[in-house]
Every structure is written in C-alpha cells, then in structure tokens.
Design a protein around this ligand. Structure first.
Ligand SMILES: Cc1cc2nc3c(=O)[nH]c(=O)nc-3n(C[C@H](O)[C@H](O)[C@H](O)COP(=O)(O)O)c2cc1C
Length: 233
C-alpha cells in the first residue's frame, strides 16, 4: 500500500494514553507481567507511605508493608517458589525492582475491639468476625498501592504467596500472627508488556451482572444506564 500505514489503536494502546484523573487511572490499571527496570527504593517507600492511608476499622491500622529490594527481592523469589513459577509462565515478572508484601495483623483488630468503646461489638476474638476487617483493610491498602503505581505510570503485579506462606514470611522475620494478603511486584512496565493472564481469556462481566439496584434480582435491561463509556478500557 502506498502512503503511510494506517495507525490502528487497540484498546490496550488507548488505555495507555488516558489522562491521570482517578477514573482514568482506575480504568488504565492492569497487571504488568514484563518489567524493565523500575523506581528507586526511596520512591517505593514514599508511595507506601501514601498507600497506608486506607480506611481502617476502628482506626486499628493493622496493615503493614514489607518492602523487598535488591538481594531481599532475589531471596523472596527463591524461598517463595515464585521465581521458578514465573520463570516458566511470565519470566518478565522477575525483572521487577521491588516486591511489597501486604500484611494484615489480626491482633491489632482484636486488641482494638477489646477497648472500652468497641467491646460491646463482641469482636475481641478472631473467630467472632463474620468479615475479617484486617483483610478488608489490607486489601484496600493494596489497591491504593496498585493505583499509585499506575498514577506514576509504573507497572505492578499482585499475586498470592506460593506454597506455605509461613516459609516465606518467616524468612523475613514476619511474626506468626500476620497474614499476607498479597505480594506486589513493582517496576517500570516494559514497552513489550502485553495483556496476559486470566483477563485475556475471560471477558469483563457486564455492569448489569454485578451492580444490583435495590434488589438482587435486578431487571435484565439497563436499570442504571450503563450504556456510555468504552467497556474495553
Ligand atoms: C488475590 C489475587 C491473586 C492473584 N494472583 C495472581 C497470580 O498468582 N499470578 C498472576 O499472574 N496474576 C495474579 N493475579 C492477577 C489477576 O489475574 C488479574 O488481576 C485479573 O486477571 C484481572 O486483570 P487486571 O488486574 O490486569 O485487570 C491475582 C489477582 C488477585 C486480586
């Protein structure tokens, strides 16, 4: 064909050009599985300091971040088994510059809910919580971290600990009571990074399937008017 080749934008490319308002950052965020270099430890610590400003039940503040950089990151990949797993499935993950373990402390919550202003809730033992708020709060802090990485146009991948989490956590001196809600690999997103993982084989569910208005059995039509916007990004 003579003349310039037509430029075809996939939704993937389009997402990368979205602006930096919060809605766009949420739409743009996706897991990165191919890193190329990354931020400094100082930059990641600064981001963690913002991310910890997540809601916290009773202001218990039982979420901790363990930041692994340099040889600590290498040790994490080795002892957790994640290094071997990603080497087979997504070797670009190993090129991240930091791993942040997001940790939840149940005792911070049972202690807080044993105090005078909370004791009447009956939540002073871990078993009494229908929804363990330490996991809720840590998950919100993890999402903060993912979004802040996207805000800086870095890449991030959240994954679970492989095998027995205690083997990995113990290696880094994490107390037995702590629960890890996820490991977040951080780095610069490689220009070669492409959609991968479950989101490429499973479509995003429609808004009408997961947003219910007034009653679980919402009408099948579009009660909330979810017809605008680009569902691809
Ligand atoms: C709790 C949790 C565990 C996950 N574990 C892994 C994992 O072990 N390996 C991986 O490649 N992605 C993992 N993911 C990423 C999901 O596959 C990904 O978020 C999902 O497919 C949607 O894609 P997106 O986040 O890029 O939009 C995990 C995500 C969550 C929330």
């Amino acid at each position: 064909m003579a003349g310039p080749w037509p430029r075809i934008f996939s939704s993937w490319d389009a997402a990368d050009t979205l602006p930096d308002d919060l809605t766009s950052i949420i739409r743009r965020r996706r897991m990165t599985r191919k890193f190329s270099g990354g931020p400094t430890l100082r930059e990641v610590l600064d981001v963690c300091d913002v991310a910890r400003r997540a809601p916290s039940a009773g202001y218990s503040q039982g979420c901790h971040f363990l930041v692994l950089d340099g040889s600590d990151k290498d040790t994490f990949f080795e002892v957790s088994g994640a290094g071997t797993w990603f080497a087979r499935r997504a070797p670009g993950v190993r090129e991240c510059t930091q791993i942040v373990l997001v940790l939840a402390d149940p005792e911070a919550y049972t202690d807080r809910y044993s105090q005078a202003d909370k004791i009447d809730r009956g939540l002073s033992t871990p078993e009494s919580w229908a929804c363990p708020y330490w996991l809720t709060d840590a998950a919100m802090a993890a999402q903060n971290l993912l979004l802040l990485c996207e805000d800086r146009r870095w890449g991030a991948l959240l994954f679970g600990l492989f095998g027995n989490p205690r083997d990995t956590l113990g290696r880094f001196g994490v107390p037995d009571a702590m629960q890890c809600v996820g490991a977040i690999a951080i780095g610069h997103r490689s220009p070669e990074d492409r959609p991968s993982g479950s989101s490429t084989i499973r479509g995003r569910r429609s808004s009408n399937e997961v947003i219910h208005v007034g009653h679980w059995e919402a009408p099948a039509d579009d009660p909330a008017g979810f017809t605008s916007g680009n569902p691809e990004v």
